[in-house]
Design a protein around this ligand. Structure first.
Ligand code: C5P
Length: 221
């Protein structure tokens, strides 16, 4: 029998990271945070001072990077060479580099099989931009989770404020719009809903509402 695969794609700040973790936990499934893979490649390239134009080197990094993930109380921890880099990969700067390396077809190709390897019984929740369109085109359930750029900027603003970081809301909105347009307009695997995806706009929904909506879709499958 085929493993149950639930793909959750959408722009950054849509809440898909939190939702994917919750759904995976609730259903006892594996979790793939594909954005973390791109962030790990980015972090490693920054540390090794790889020329951002050196596609061959970046693709090799993507293919050979010794990464692992471990589910803990604070979500999924990411390890590079055994070092816990969960915090480091979340830095804005790393996210920006990640979205640049993610635009390289060679890097995406290098990560394709590595991502598919996460599909194991009893099933997988895959979180990303192209999980339903490219990586798992035969997924059981495809969700496209979105929210307005303004709402996503607001959420991010409140998150950072709660952490005591001061940032400008206008600047956050600009960054989000810039990343959206890079993700949606790139040649390879642009961010877009799969034809058979269920689109959920979470602008007016709380995180529990979104979780309930997705679990209901799984139940009714
Ligand atoms: O989701 P997250 O913000 O961690 O992803 C970091 C970057 O990796 C995104 O801006 C996006 O450009 C890229 N990405 C991607 N395809 C995925 C997941 C992430 O291109 N499946």
């Amino acid at each position: 029998t085929e493993a149950l695969i639930i793909t959750i794609d959408g722009p950054s700040g849509s809440g898909k990271g939190t939702i994917s973790q919750r759904v995976a936990q609730k259903l006892g499934l594996q979790l793939l945070d594909s954005g973390a893979l791109y962030r790990l490649v980015a972090l490693c390239s920054i540390r090794q001072a790889v020329d951002p134009d050196d596609v061959v080197k970046l693709a090799e990094l993507a293919r050979t990077l010794p990464v692992s993930f471990k589910l803990g109380s604070e979500g999924v921890a990411a390890f590079l060479n055994g070092e816990d880099v969960s915090q480091a990969i979340r830095l804005e700067e790393v996210g920006l580099v990640a979205s640049k390396v993610a635009a390289l077809p060679e890097v995406r190709a290098a990560l394709l099989e590595r991502q598919r390897d996460f599909a194991a019984p009893p099933g997988l929740v895959a979180d990303g931009r192209d999980m339903g369109t490219v990586v798992f085109p035969n997924a059981t359930i495809k969700i496209f989770l979105t929210a307005s750029a303004e709402e996503r900027a607001n959420r991010r603003f409140n998150q950072l404020k709660a952490r005591g970081e001061s940032v400008s809301l206008a600047r956050l909105l600009e960054d989000i719009q810039e990343r959206d347009s890079r993700d949606m307009n790139r040649q390879v695997s642009p961010l877009k809903p799969a034809e058979d995806a269920v689109i959920i706009d979470s602008s007016q929904m709380g995180i529990d509402d979104v979780q309930d909506a997705i679990l209901a879709i799984v139940d009714n499958r």
